[in-house]
Design a protein around this ligand. Sequence first.
Ligand code: ADP
Length: 253
Amino acid sequence: MAHIIEVHKLCKDYVMGDQVVHALRALDLTIDEGEFVAIMGPSGSGKSTFMNLLGCLDRPSSGEYLLNGEAVARMGDNELADVRNRYLGFIFQNFNLLPRTSAIKNVELPLMYANAKNRIERSKAALQKVGLGQRMDHKPSELSGGQQQRVAIARAIVNDPVLLLADEPTGNLDSHTSEEIMALFQDLNQQGKTVVIVTHEEDIALHCKRIIRFRDGRVQVDEKVQNQVNAREMLDKMPDPDAVAGAVPPVAR
Ligand code: ADP
């Protein structure tokens, strides 16, 4: 299995006046192609700092980071932006969609930045993949929270990235909608996407295949999930608050 992420002695210090906060302390870990990882840990343990580094949004103070085999730790801003475009898809707790812009235009954005071809076709295909083929022209305000998050997932996958990074992707959703979103992530993971999410919720983390628990800037526990929760089985057992039968179709192949 290829390493998608490889970090060696990764450190991040924040200097606050005459104080130094060691947010990450010599982290060593690898994440392989096809993994589905939950990052957990108490507030202040270094999760956001780690995700910002993984997402090439910030640089480490020291140490190495190889993303898909490329050493990114000392790249300049333009190179980092390029790596982000080529390799990464981001999903956020509050969806981060452009509010006055249709679903399809939101999904098209990364393709515009990348100056890619066949933008409309690819955006449509991504929206169909997340079950929103019928709502492409809706604006975010005309969509439910779960639908908005699905638009955000379509936007994250439209570039066919090697890695999806999701920061509390179900943090603003009710439990039924959270299961739907986790079902989508499980489908994408089964189709080969590597997925890393940050979550505070144990039951959400149990939908992943591996849980890495941070504490004080270090990995405290790194464990395989023994009985991965299957989101579709959970949905079958849960009453749907909106009574929309079969709300989320399987991800189209
Ligand atoms: P978590 O996401 O687990 O809550 P963070 O990565 O946000 O943890 O924070 C880890 C530590 O680094 C905390 O002590 C936090 O106060 C500190 N920290 C995070 N970002 C900054 C920053 N921009 N400037 C100074 N200190 C920071």
